[in-house]
Design a protein around this ligand. Sequence first.
Ligand code: NAP
Length: 284
Amino acid sequence: MGKIIDGNLISAKVKDEVKNEVEKLKMKGITPCLAVIIVGSDPASRVYVNNKKKACEYTGMKSLEFALPEETSQEELLNLIDKLNEDKQVNGILCQLPLPKSIDEETVLNKIAPEKDVDAFHPLNVGHIMIGDAKLLPCTPAGVVEMLDYSNIDLKGKTCAIIGRSNIVGKPMAMLMVQRDATVTVCHSKTKNLSEITRNSDIIISSAGRKNLITADMVKDGAVVIDVSINRDENGKLCGDVDYENVKEKASYITPVPGGVGPMTISVLMKNTLMATKSQNGEA
Ligand code: NAP
């Protein structure tokens, strides 16, 4: 049976490291501050924003919340971002997605000052991720790499199938794995012979958002299986893409859902806010 990679445990360790660093900064009179914007009343977004606020509290950072009504115009939102970009007290800015349909997501994300863009969605930061010299890391993919490192999994020369090619998960995940010397295949909905690719992979990272996509017959013995997705099964219970009960018998390492990649995203967000604060204050 595969070893379970415990995202809650690793995330707590990362947050403790950030907390220590924040204490040191505070002794120099610097308190990192994260501004979180939420537009509308999507219940899932509300949960994510609350969790981000809690993580700020835990690590000793200040958090500011800007909860705007659903009918907020794009112009109003861009004006708020402008103000936060200018505000020297604010080190990180994030705009919780999804935004209402009347607002263009790309325009909003591009408005956030790159040095405060703690989600690393701005094209300039995406470029740094591509080049391999990013200070601000893509939160979920970097969380996956933290988990692999914590578990001492050697990535060099390993074959890695990434399922999903979104800008938030799949594409930056591929870049980070290539930088770590893995040989990567990026799969998507048009990929032919997905199971052939996964069966030949030492590492499978699935972010398709399709429950039961990865079954045991698609996994080779001893593979490392990372499940990024958050889906609901027919009983409303959270699940990932992987048929966890059967795949864990074949895998050498596996992440559960919940309690796997999910908590890591927030701990990398805290790392990014710390890094943004340090570099804005000449400390990095
Ligand atoms: P997304 O934008 O919907 O992308 C899904 C990707 O999966 C697309 O590239 C799609 O291909 C591909 N795909 C869909 N069905 C497939 C299939 N049957 N076979 C192969 N590829 C398939 O989603 P996302 O934003 O990347 O998020 C992915 C999942 O991760 C979601 O469940 C989301 O909730 C979860 N997530 C979790 C965290 C976390 O903190 N753990 C963070 C972010 C996202 P096409 O490009 O061809 O459509």
